[in-house]
Design a protein. Structure first.
Lengths: 112, 111
C-alpha cells in the first residue's frame, strides 16, 4: 500500500533562517507531487507541483522553492524565511491521469 | 478567483442530525471531490463524483452534483461527534494534474 511521510511535524524558525521540509512517498512510482500551504481556518494554496524528477511548476511567486531529486521525494526550501511563511504545509501525491490526491500529515511552521 | 466555494463557512449541529454542505464552482469540470480534514491533520479523500453522475453514496455520505447549476452538496446522515472536521470540495484543472480547493466548511457535531 502507498504511504506518504512528511517531516518535521512541527518547526519553529527565526526570521531570516533557511528552511527545508521533506516529503517522501512509498508504494507508487512516478507520482504527481504537490506542496500546499494552509493558513489557519482557510483553504489550501497550491505552491508547487511536479509531474516528474526535476520538473517543478511554481504557482505562487514567493521566497520558497521546491526540488524533486528523486522520483518519490519532494523538498520545499527557503534561503531566508519571512514571518508570512508561517503556516501549515501539506504534501500530497496523485497517480498520473487520476485526480484524487493523498495527503501527508503536514508540517506546522512558525516563523518568529 | 476561487473555483470551489463552500457554504456555510461553519455549521454546528447535534449528534444524530444530518449535516448538509454546499459547494459552487465556476468552470466546467469532469469531476468534483470532497475531502475531510481533522484539526491539525492532512486531508483525507472522501468521495469523487464524475460530471455524468448526479448522485453518489458512500456509507453515511451522500453527494449530489448539478452541473447545470455548477453546484454540489455533501450530506452526512446521522452525524457523530467524530464527524467534527473541516470539509472541502475540490475541482480539477483541465489537465487533471491540479486541484483547486474551496475555503471549507467547519462542521461541529455536539454530543
Amino acid at each position: 500500500s502507498q504511504t506518504i511521510h512528511q517531516w518535521p511535524a512541527t518547526l519553529v524558525q527565526p526570521v531570516g533562517s533557511p528552511l527545508s521540509l521533506e516529503c517522501t512517498v512509498e508504494g507508487t512510482s512516478n507520482p504527481n507531487l504537490y506542496w500546499y500551504r494552509q493558513a489557519a481556518g482557510r483553504g489550501l494554496q497550491l505552491l508547487f507541483y511536479s509531474v516528474g524528477i526535476g520538473q517543478i511548476s511554481s504557482e505562487v511567486p514567493q521566497n520558497l522553492s521546491a526540488s524533486r531529486p528523486q522520483d518519490r521525494q519532494f523538498i520545499l526550501s527557503s534561503k531566508k524565511l519571512l514571518l508570512s511563511d508561517s503556516g501549515f504545509y501539506l504534501c500530497a501525491w496523485s497517480v498520473l491521469g487520476y485526480n484524487e490526491q493523498f495527503f501527508g500529515p503536514g508540517t506546522r511552521l512558525t516563523v518568529l | 478567483s476561487q473555483q470551489g466555494e463552500e457554504d456555510p463557512q461553519a455549521l454546528s449541529i447535534q449528534e444524530g442530525e444530518n449535516a448538509t454542505m454546499n459547494c459552487s464552482y465556476k468552470t466546467s469540470i469532469n469531476n468534483l471531490q470532497w475531502y475531510r480534514q481533522n484539526s491539525g491533520r492532512g486531508l483525507v479523500h472522501l468521495i469523487l463524483i464524475r460530471s455524468n453522475e448526479r448522485e453518489k453514496h458512500s456509507g453515511r455520505l451522500r453527494v449530489t452534483l448539478d452541473t447545470s447549476k455548477k453546484s454540489s452538496s455533501l450530506l452526512i446522515t446521522a452525524s457523530r461527534a467524530a464527524d467534527t472536521a473541516s470539509y472541502f470540495c475540490a475541482t480539477p484543472e483541465t489537465s487533471g494534474s491540479r486541484l483547486t480547493f474551496g475555503e471549507g466548511t467547519q462542521l461541529t457535531v455536539n454530543p
